[in-house]
Each structure stands twice: as C-alpha cells, then as structure tokens.
Write a protein that binds this ligand. Structure first.
Ligand SMILES: [Zn+2]
Length: 428
C-alpha cells in the first residue's frame, strides 16, 4: 500500500499535465478484455480489513497517504447504512481537509465513469472512498484509474458479489444492458468492511450473492482443471472455487436465516467473506481460467428482456448456472443444485424468474444474446468451436422440461409462488 500511496502523494504535490504524467494516464486507460491468453493473475486489494469498527481505520489510512481532499461516491441506501459508523468528516480528513460528496447515478456505464472522473480531476481529489454495492465500487475503480490512478478505498455495503475484491469493473450501457468488463492494471488501496453494515443489508441481496458465488465453481472448475499442473496459481483458484461451493452449501441457508434475524453468527460472517473475498480469489489467482463462462452469458441474455430489467444480477446468474449444466449434460450435478436452490429460495425456471415474455421468443432472445461473439460462453472448457445459438436454445428447453417434470413428480410448490423475485434498487 505504501508504494502506491507514496507514488500518488508525489502526484498530489506535483500534479500537472507533464508528458510523463500524460503517458502514465494513457497507460492507465484499460481495454475491454475478453480473451487474455494463459494465466495472468491479478491480486486483490492492497489491504483488506473485515471487523466491527473497521471504519475507524480510515483516518489513519488517509493521513498516512497524505490524502486530505477526498471524494465519497455512494449509493443512497448503502450510504444511509454506512454513515452511522463513519468517523466525522473532520476526523476523516483533518481540519484542513475537504470532502466532495458524489451521489451515484445508478449505473456503472462510461457516462457515469466519465462524470466521476471529471469531478475528481476538477477538484484535484487525492483519493476516492466508494460506499455501496458492486456498481458503485466498479465505477469508483474505473474512474480512479482514469483520473490518473488515484487511490480508491472500497467500503462495500452488500455481500452480493466480489466487486470489492476483483481487480476489474463490469460495464453496462446507461440503460443497464451488459457491455463486458475491463481488467485494471492496478489494485485498489484498501477494502474496509464493517460487518455490522452488511448485517443491516437486504436478505435478497445476500441470496443473489450466494447464487453468484456458487456459480464460480460450476463456471470455472472445467477450465481450472485444464490448467497445467505446474500452474500453482490456478490450483489456488480451483481451491477457492471449491471453497465457494462447499462453504455456501454448508452455511448458505443458515446465513439467510440469520441475516433475516439480523444475527451476526459464524455462518453469516462466513458467507459474507466467501461472497466477497473467496469469490474474488477465484478470479485473482485464476486469471483467464477463473473467469465467468456460460452462466454469466445466460445472465446477459436474460438482461435484455424487458421483464428482467432491474432483476438482481445473482438471481439471473442462478438460472444461468442451471442452463450451463444442461448445456454440458451435467444432469447429476444439476439435480444436486436443484435441491440446494429449493432451500436457498433460488429460481429453477423462466417462470420462477418472472419472465413474462412469450416463451419461444424469450428463449430465442436469451440464446442469441448469450452466444454473441464476445460473450464468455465461448470460454467453456473442452470446446473446440464456439457455442452455437441452437445449442443454448436446446439446453434451455431441456432445462425447462426437466424442471417441469421435477416439480410435478415431487409436487413441490414453485419458488416463485412463495418467494417473489426482487428488483434491484439503483440507490444501493
Ligand atoms: Zn456475477
């Protein structure tokens, strides 16, 4: 951490548009990366703090770096939960410091990244604190990089994805259509988590986070198994992915119950860490082997359906994982996952997801979008050619038939009738 802080501190005292600075900034503008060859490991944050009272470390972190002009980018609800535990502004940045308040607009898109970057550069901000869910954090990472790689400190208020750990930003269009992701060449300065804030978060976001994290194993294990045996970093990523599946299978149901009761139990704290840290390690150590594959491509296909606008990321990924297993003919694993989904209250079918479009049309759209050339589905392990639209169409229909038979044979009540699928809240 010290290295980056010292570098940036020099910048803060000698900022300008000299050629070295311009070259450095240009180097920091990342490209969308879909096909990094071989293993390129990106480590997580330079510092990770997870404990009650963690925000009390912030004044020291800022003071050590010499960061007295700080921007706080925040979602609306996350901010209301987190500010209770934040030090006063005079303690945070000192008596001569200043804080620039930047409410998040709701989408991690190029326009929002550019808006934040411009504010940060105009005010000669030294560091960004980002408080909120994954899109807030991803925007801060991308804006900080474009503003000259200034330090970014992340305070996640949800455990619904691994954005706080991941050295990348997932990008969307302004209307929420997924675009892809950019991998960042530098790490964030710190991730600071007070679990009391997470204990105060909506249970539906944790449910979505569990689904998104479970997908790590099903999406990545094939590619990680194919990595060369000498690639010990990929071996660590595989272990992390397995831990995601095993720990969430063991603790996921209890964690949801405990969050509902606002009890900070061992199960709940374990699941918070799995969703943020262990999930992040899969991508950190796995590089291209540890990336999303088919389940997230199905998520992208679902995301263009009007009925799914605003549906939670992890809930759509949950369905995508089932489609992937059908696509790969992994029916035994799919049956096991069906049972876990029953307990976790996750959707098994388009109907339970709340897809209201005509079925044939919806399936055709999902298959078409999921198999666009740049989609991650083509990174599925063991493939010698791209995944065809028709294959996905067939897999979705096979899954839907399978789930219909399962429900009728076990006379289970569909999840959708008892657990409403939530909509994402842009204020988080
Ligand atoms: Zn995800």
């Amino acid at each position: 951490m010290r290295t980056q802080m010292n570098e940036t501190q020099e910048n803060s005292t000698g900022r300008g548009t000299g050629s070295a600075e311009l070259t450095r900034r240009a180097r920091c503008i990342p490209q969308l990366i879909h096909d990094e060859p071989g293993l390129v490991a990106h480590s997580g944050p330079q510092q990770y703090v997870f404990r009650p009272g963690a925000y009390d470390d912030l004044p020291r972190l800022l003071r050590v770096g010499g960061y007295s002009r700080v921007a706080i980018l925040h979602g609306r609800i996350g901010w209301s939960k987190a500010r209770v535990y934040l030090p006063d502004s005079s303690d945070l940045v000192g008596p001569n410091g200043s804080i620039l308040d930047i409410p998040f607009s709701g989408e991690c898109c190029i326009e929002e990244i550019e808006r934040v970057r411009a504010l940060v550069v105009d005010r000669d901000i030294h560091a960004i604190l980002a408080i909120g869910g994954g899109k807030v954090l991803d925007t801060a990472k991308a804006a900080g990089l474009r503003a000259g790689d200034i330090p970014v400190i992340l305070l996640p208020t949800l455990a619904s994805n691994c954005s706080a750990w991941a050295c990348l930003s997932v990008l969307y269009e302004a209307d929420g259509t997924p675009v892809g992701h950019e991998v960042h060449p530098t790490q964030v300065a710190a991730v600071v988590i007070d679990p009391r804030v997470l204990v105060d978060s909506p249970v539906e976001y944790l449910r979505a986070g569990i689904a998104d994290t479970l997908a790590k194993w099903y999406e990545c294990s094939g590619a990680l198994d194919d990595a060369p045996s000498w690639d010990l970093s990929a071996g660590l990523a595989r272990h992390a992915a397995l831990q995601c599946r095993n720990l969430l299978t063991a603790h996921g149901v209890a964690a949801l119950r405990d969050l509902e009761a606002e009890r900070a139990t061992d199960s709940l704290l374990t699941v918070f860490q799995v969703n943020i840290q262990i999930a992040g390690l899969v991508g950190s150590f796995g590089g291209a082997y540890g990336r999303a594959t088919a389940a997230h491509a199905i998520h992208d296909g679902l995301s263009v359906l009007p009925s799914q606008q605003g549906a939670l990321h992890g809930i759509k990924v949950a369905y995508g994982t089932l489609v992937q297993l059908a696509l790969e003919n992994r029916w035994e694993e799919l049956d096991e996952l069906d049972s876990l989904y029953d307990e976790l209250g996750l959707p098994h079918s388009l109907d339970e997801l709340g897809v209201t479009e005509e079925s044939d049309e919806a399936i055709a759209t999902i298959a078409r979008v999921a198999t666009l050339p740049m989609k991650t589905i083509h990174q599925l392990a063991g493939r010698t050619r791209p995944v065809a639209e028709k294959e996905v169409d067939t897999a979705i229909r096979a899954l839907e038939d399978h789930e219909r038979e399962r429900v009728s044979s076990t006379a289970l009540v569909p999840v959708a009738s008892s657990v409403p699928v939530p909509l994402a809240h842009p204020g988080i």
